[in-house]
Design a protein around this ligand. Structure first.
Ligand code: ATP
Ligand code: MG
Length: 251
């Protein structure tokens, strides 16, 4: 079983879209997949067609140890993919967790308990470097970092590198990191940053990448990931390639 934390403190870079579509792509390969929505905005929960406020048990209860993951898990419309939803309650968890001894062990422990049930777990982090993202990095085998091809992404990557280094030193020495590029456009600036990410990240950068397309917004409005909504589209293909590259690295 492998745990991936989709993380980048920069907002709107494709964490949630990638969590849903990679999950669907892994499931197409017969993998048993669990997605965890770790964002109080509940973007992943919404994009899979659910009302975040309709659940009695969510990630909030898992973080506060009021529920175990199986109790809060629901089946999605994607065969083979389950979800632990989130809603605004989770925003309150950060403050409550700060008072807990050993808060960074809660999520890793909760996920370890469902190891046998899944091949892959994907954690959709919020756009911040608070307690929730730190918990995800403590629990993950790999930080999976989507980067948009624009200059500010490089600054975000530097900051994230530091956090990952700290996480390795303090709680998760084996934490690995993989980078992939999202929403590529045909401008010279995007092309420059695309290459720069490749230079900085070296072998940590996956070669598949997604292009910017209006289809993605259409698909989230439909409550389905692009892999199902527009299965033959170029971006769906890109997510299948990314999933394949990630699985190849596991072997
Ligand atoms: N390849 C793409 N082409 C066009 N739009 C995209 C693409 N990928 C994602 N988007 C859109 O970009 C926006 C941000 O994507 P997404 O929500 O996945 O990012 P995020 O990193 O999870 O954001 P946040 O940090 O707010 O949680 C969404 O409106 C999404 O539909
Ligand atoms: Mg998101």
């Amino acid at each position: 079983m492998a745990i991936y934390a989709l993380c980048n403190q920069k907002g709107g870079v494709g964490k949630t879209t990638s969590t849903a579509n990679l999950g669907a792509a892994f499931a197409e390969q017969e993998k048993k997949v669990l997605l965890c929505d770790l964002d109080p905005q509940g973007g992943l929960t919404t994009s899979l067609g659910f009302d975040p406020d309709s659940f009695e048990l969510t990630m909030y209860h898992v973080f506060l140890e009021e529920a175990e993951i199986p109790q809060a898990t629901i089946q999605t419309n994607i065969p083979g993919v389950r979800l632990v939803p989130a809603n605004l309650d989770l925003a309150g968890a950060e403050a409550e967790l700060l008072r807990e001894i050993g808060w960074h062990e809660i999520l890793p422990g909760a996920l370890q308990a469902v190891q046998a049930d899944y091949d892959l777990i994907l954690l959709d982090c919020p756009p911040s470097l608070g307690i929730i993202t730190s918990s995800a990095l403590a629990a993950a085998n790999t930080a999976l970092v989507p980067l948009q091809c624009e200059y500010l992404s490089l600054r975000a990557l530097k900051q994230l590198h530091k956090i990952i280094a700290k996480t390795r030193r303090r709680v998760n020495p084996d934490l690995d990191m993989l980078i992939f590029r999202t929403m590529f456009t045909r401008t010279s600036h995007a092309k420059e940053v695309f290459d720069e990410i490749g230079n900085i990240g070296g072998e940590r950068v996956l070669s598949a990448y997604t292009k910017r397309t209006i289809k993605v917004a259409d698909s989230s409005a439909s409550g389905q990931p692009l892999l199902m909504y527009s299965s033959n589209s170029e971006v769906a293909g890109a997510y299948r390639e990314l999933a394949q590259e990630i699985m190849n690295r596991e072997e």
